[in-house]
Design a protein around this ligand. Structure first.
Ligand code: ADP
Ligand code: MG
Length: 314
């Protein structure tokens, strides 16, 4: 695989007054150059933690990250600067990621100037107009305030902000979850077009499996801080091997319909397989021994002692 981003054994613990939360448990994930990798899992499974570590909003406790062939794990803030423009992020809520009191043109220009101090005014102006047009907004939006825009338009501005530095990788953390369904489709199609046009690579995080199935070339399924299954989208949909993947996809919107009980607290995770307390197929071994991710077929990996067969998948 020609991987753009490779994460190996990333762990992350949050210390809280009530105890330690193990948000990532030696998680490994590779993103291929030019692909859309979908990351799914219930709320609390560690998706945003992983995303925030990739863009360096937070640090990890251990593991290794290789980006575009270079180990970026131990870089200082200064050394990381040249990668910062190459790895961008779009959040669920553009309200919290965009300063509402600054004009959109100002925000875009600032972003450009932080990374290129010598940029001329004319060139900056041109790039701002270009980036607005690229996300389907008229260049006149440069003189408007984010607070006057609809949710969809604001998310377009957030995408423009992530694009203006011409990144390689964009991490999208639930980018359409706050939008109306009609707007959602437009934004998804815009993201697809931009990926095509610029040869971008996306890590696309969503709890909505319909959205992920539509967008992603491959899907990774996360549970309690571990990747439990990963494969090409058709494989995950047609030959899902992990009982959790099955529960998740059969549930569509409401996982409590197919799974008993809540996701266990990451403060006190189960021993053995993290999913064993909710698994319909568990055996004794599952509460004793944590299954490793292993290959079922080329590129299709599952962390389960007893992967589902054809009959069980139904
Ligand atoms: P997801 O995005 O899949 O919902 P998160 O990465 O946000 O998952 O959270 C993983 C776990 O870490 C959850 O149990 C969450 O409560 C906890 N967590 C996330 N951020 C923090 C934080 N800043 N401090 C303490 N716990 C956190
Ligand atoms: Mg999240």
């Amino acid at each position: 695989m020609d991987s753009l981003l490779k994460m190996e054994n990333i762990s992350k613990e949050y210390k809280t007054p009530y105890g330690r939360i193990k948000a990532l448990r030696e998680t490994s994930l590779e993103i291929e150059r030019g692909e859309i990798l979908g990351l799914v899992g219930e709320s609390g499974s560690g998706k945003s933690t992983l995303a925030n570590i990739i863009v360096r909003l937070i640090g990890s406790d251990g593991g290794r990250i290789v980006f575009n062939g270079e180990d970026i794990t131990g870089l200082s803030e200064r050394e990381f600067r040249k990668y910062r423009r190459e790895i961008q992020m779009v959040f669920q809520d553009p309200y919290s990621s965009i300063n509402p009191r600054k004009k959109i043109g100002y925000l875009l220009r600032e972003c450009l100037k932080i990374h290129d101090k010598h940029l001329s005014e004319d060139e900056a102006e041109r790039r701002v107009a270009e980036s607005l047009e690229e996300v389907g907004l008229d260049p006149s939006y440069a003189s408007r305030y984010p607070s006057n825009l609809s949710g969809g338009q604001r998310q377009r501005v957030a995408i423009a902000l992530s694009l203006i530095l011409r990144p390689r990788l964009i991490v999208l953390d639930e980018p359409v979850s706050a939008l109306d369904v009609s707007v959602e489709a437009q934004i998804l199609n815009l993201l697809m077009d931009l990926r095509e046009k610029h040869g971008l690579t996306y890590l696309f995080i969503s709890h909505d499996l319909n959205v992920v199935s539509y967008m992603a070339d491959r899907i990774a399924v996360m549970y309690l801080g571990s990747i439990v299954e990963i494969g090409r989208t058709e494989e995950i949909l047609g030959e899902m091997a992990h009982p959790y993947t099955k529960a998740l996809f059969k549930a569509s919107r409401d996982i409590s319909a197919t799974l008993s009980g809540e996701i266990p607290s990451p403060m006190n995770p189960p021993s053995g397989c993290p999913f064993n307390t909710r698994c319909a197929y568990r055996s004794e071994r599952c509460s004793l021994e944590c299954p490793e991710l292993r290959s079922l077929s080329e590129g299709h990996l599952v962390a389960c002692h007893y992967p589902l067969g054809e009959e069980e998948r139904k």
